[in-house]
Design a protein around this ligand. Sequence first.
Ligand code: M6R
Length: 612
Amino acid sequence: MCGIVAYIGPKNAYPILIKGLKRLEYRGYDSAGVALLNGSLQILKKEGKVSDLENFVAGKSTEGTVGIGHTRWATHGEPCDRNAHPHLSNSGNLAIIHNGIIENYAALKTELELRGYTFESDTDTEVLLNLIEDIQKEEKISTEEAVRVALNEVVGAYAIVVIEKSKPDTLIAARKGSPLVIGIGKGEFFVASDASPIIEYTKNVVYLNDEEFVVLHRDGNIEIKTLGNIQKTPYIQKLEMDLEKIEKGGYDYFMLKEIYEQPQVIRDCMRGRMNAEKGWIKLGGISEFANRINNAKRIIITACGTSWHSGLIAEYLIEELARIPVEVEYASEFRYRNPIVNEKDVVIAISQSGETADTLSAIQIAKDRQALIYGICNVIGSSIARASHAGSYTHAGPEIGVASTKAFSAQVTILTLLALQLAQSNGSISQSRLRQILYELEAIPSKVEGALKTNDKIVEIAKKYKDAKNFLYLGRGLNFPVALEGALKLKEISYIHAEGYPAAEMKHGPIALIDENMPVVFIATNQSAHEKIVSNIQEVKARKGKVIAIVLEGDTVIRGLADEVIEVPETDELLSPLVSIVPLQLLSYHIALMRGCNVDQPRNLAKSVTVE
Ligand code: M6R
């Protein structure tokens, strides 16, 4: 939800900002802009992607060793040049970039207008900047002090960077609820929404905490204070990210690269956490709280989007293996409905980015009510990881494609280990069954490789169905969340309407939609429900629907019925989502590509949703 980047040091800022914005573009791509200090305060901004900004800037002067840059996901005000960041204050002395939402901006704007301020844009950000300027002038205080006072007046979430025309040797940044990383180089500083724009220049970073602000001086001095004006000592950490992990590595799109990374991601996710031969599992985060989790009255899983689908899979796994009751909640609903949660509950929050505002708020509510919070995040040091009492990282590496793929597989892997560890510690699984599943788990990466081999077949299927207006995805048991995830992938990147349903629910309504123009994707890899799925396929065929079936290798029964069959390797049924999701990811990828869609940056979406 908006990416921000800033630089101060001896180099020319513009190339660093543009490169950084390209790496952050997954966070929003409605407009992009930079502000450069070079005696004057120069602002260059444009509706569209970072490449549109580059074209606009070509041939213009881009001097300046201090600068800020922004890539926007629109909240207040339509995507257009006028609403693009950076914004300038009324006096022209200050410029700002902002990721987040200032909720009380309307009241602040009215007050400022009464005091003679005018606004160029429809954004909440411009209001915040003029509030800073007004406080600075009225109270005759430094800009950093005015930033601190202003931020104490606003309600909402922000990561901001402010530069000042009359102070070219200083950058001011602050955060609350939106991420901000500071890179500490030799005689230079970087600021960004995540570490990807920084990694190329330095591995030394400071993660700013909520309600802290930082003043970065050209002479190398760094000052961090809380909004309550308490001095903090910078805690410098070493980045573990590799540059190559955030590049496309020969693939046309990040999404395809990330789909193909899944076998390795699953291996990385399991490494050091289990051993089939010895029959052990150890998720570091669990051990300390194993008793409390096993004695939990229930487990509540909260998440959004794809992460919520992983949560649904975990519900099946934890109830089946560990026999602990589980409820799965959309974080956005949970936070607004006064849920009954107490110290006997364990809340598992799942999030790739670790920054999703709804999930973060759900955690806060559960924490206030004394529940134990177990966070499952991909991004190390993210807000959700830090807000949790315990947790596990998925170690999927940076996921840049807006449509989540490898993060889903890593989440399901961790959740499987978690269910098994709970089952082992509460004695609800025999050692032989545990070993059997662990051996199957070890073999999953090679089975996912097998599923990836269906790619050519899927290209052919995509050609036939790319112009469909609607799709239905149906599955039973563990394959129901897989159906939901397959439908989400298709709609978010190809803009085809798609719905996922439990296959047995079809007869209660969706069957009315079926005719010769309706492709129905059946996820039919669970042997225990095979006969029932076969009946559902027949019901669709009887109404002239087109059936695309994901089946186990050698399934001659469904091959004889379906229009298209995609065969994937067999595994333990409990692990089948890890294999059956792969062809669905590939199907949506190829259909989207054939329809001319930007698969990495689908319209209206952003990777990390840090607004409500
Ligand atoms: O970062 P999170 O896992 O918390 O994100 C949750 C959803 O916003 C995310 O899964 C979204 O649905 C993706 N676009 C799905 O591909």
